[in-house]
Ligand binder design. Structure first.
Ligand SMILES: [Zn+2]
Length: 467
């Protein structure tokens, strides 16, 4: 018996002492950064005294601490000490702050194609991204499917410039195309008269082409403008620019839309809203897709007591899914458990389910050189104009209903809000690295309030669409 008692007390003692000071970030003891400050966060025994470099640090609920520590140029020794019952836990960090080194890279020059020949190629990926400039960080123009015929005007680094121009230049990375071949003649695709069709979910305009070409679809207010590049209208010989524009104005508002190729046809698909929206049950039969961010080995942000963002995203999403179903919506989702889902599988699943609206639920973190007491609150991200109103409603309601800081509406491109179909919005409910918000996010009641607020926003959005 005594032996067992000893073993038990040994475990209790070691557990206590090993959990006395848990620094979640920085996660390594020695590293180099180019930042004027860095924030430390983690947890310790709530009854202890915490000091970072002799300065006492405020402890929040559950012994959570978040502290911004200034850095000097060169070596910084930073000591984190937790004192409890006369015992001291100490961790030392060696952080070096370097002066930023200006990157010296030779500017690449643009090499135009030989004037006597043309450069012919085809896209090879299901998402062959066309950009405005020859850089991976440049703005995306469109994601072309596999098999689109392109003529190239020249090369800069790993990017090729496409002969066609819209409002901007079009560039494509070499990994998205077949090895270009030299041809002596440039053809233009022949097109036939567009045909219109529709079903329960969409209006379709189908345009037969002799081969798939580059296209763009742009929203201008209530209008959608489709441009097909390098084409020739077989009924109209006067068109020589090679670009053909089609304007669509189906409704009083642009809803989800996308372009796709099906055999020899280009199809522009536009989502339809139900004819009658019941103001007392505006979500009835509305198809909504909910994506709980991250999952499985992708934990997302880690909170000061090591609760991962993926768990909070899932808890909120489950409550939201439940509530939306209760309100009569037809709900689909990326995950209902802790499984890992690939980013583009999440996007595809929304389309496969013919979702009218897609919401991706996340919680935020910050780069280590920022201050979590200054930057926090809810943020909502949209990318396409057709999602702006919904994003605005969600953000306003969240900050008011939950009494958290309104940290803004942003037009920013992520996989889960880039798609023009469905109407796609990404929500960052609050910050995992702000102690008050982290505490709220873990509470069942708060998670329910988040779900209620988002459901209310979806209802308000649907009522706006009522004819
Ligand atoms: Zn996230």
């Amino acid at each position: 018996m005594r032996f067992i008692f000893l073993i038990i007390s040994f475990f209790i003692f070691t557990l206590n002492s090993s959990f006395a000071l848990d620094v979640v970030y920085p996660s390594s003891k020695e590293f180099t950064v180019n930042a004027a400050s860095i924030y430390f966060y983690g947890n310790t025994n709530p009854k202890s005294m915490l000091r970072i470099n002799s300065e006492s640090v405020k402890l929040f609920d559950d012994g959570v601490f978040v502290q911004v520590v200034p850095l000097f140029y060169g070596a910084n020794d930073i000591t984190v000490e937790s004192v409890h019952n006369g015992k001291v836990e100490r961790q030392v960090f060696k952080i070096t702050r370097n002066k930023p080194i200006a990157e010296k890279t030779l500017p690449l020059s643009y090499v135009p194609r030989n004037k006597n020949y043309f450069l012919y190629t085809k896209t090879i990926n299901a998402r062959s991204t066309v950009r405005e400039k020859p850089s991976k960080s440049s703005k995306r123009v469109i994601e072309l499917p596999k098999g689109v015929v392109l003529y190239l005007a020249g090369q800069k680094g790993d990017f090729y410039k496409i002969e066609e121009n819209g409002k901007t230049e079009f560039w494509i990375h070499k990994s998205n195309i077949e090895e270009p071949v030299i041809v002596s003649k440039r053809f233009q695709a022949k097109i036939k008269q567009p045909e219109n069709e529709s079903d329960k979910f969409y209006n379709y305009t189908k345009i037969a082409l002799s081969y798939p070409v580059m296209y763009t679809v742009e929203q201008e207010g209530k209008k959608l403008i489709l441009t097909l590049y390098g084409v020739k209208d077989s009924n109209n010989n006067t068109n020589n620019s090679g670009n053909l524009e089609f304007v669509f104005e189906d409704d009083n508002q642009v809803l989800g839309y996308d372009g796709l190729y099906e055999e020899d046809k280009f199809i522009l698909r536009r989502a339809k809203v139900a004819d009658k929206i019941n103001p007392y049950a505006p979500l009835h039969k509305v198809r909504i897709y909910i994506d709980a961010g991250h999952g499985g080995s992708e934990k997302g942000a880690i909170g000061p007591t090591r609760v991962p963002e993926k768990d909070i995203n899932l808890a909120i999403s489950k409550k939201l899914i439940h509530l939306l179903k209760y309100k009569g919506a037809i709900v689909s989702y990326s995950r209902m458990d802790d499984s890992k889902v690939n980013l583009y599988d999440r996007v595809d699943k929304a389309k496969e389910n013919n979702a009218f609206i897609s919401l991706s639920i996340h919680n935020n973190s910050l780069p280590p050189n920022k201050n979590p007491f200054i930057t926090h609150g809810c943020e909502v991200y949209y990318y396409n104009d057709n999602a702006k109103v919904l994003a605005y409603i969600i953000k306003n309601n969240l900050s008011k209903d939950l009494k958290i800081k309104d940290n803004g509406l942003y037009k920013s491109s992520y996989a889960l809000n880039r798609s023009t179909n469905p109407i796609s919005v990404l929500v960052e409910v609050a910050y995992m690295v702000n102690p008050d918000e982290y505490k709220k996010l873990r509470s069942n009641k708060f998670q329910t309030e988040v779900a209620k607020s988002i459901a209310k926003s979806l209802e308000q959005f649907m009522i706006l669409l009522k004819k």
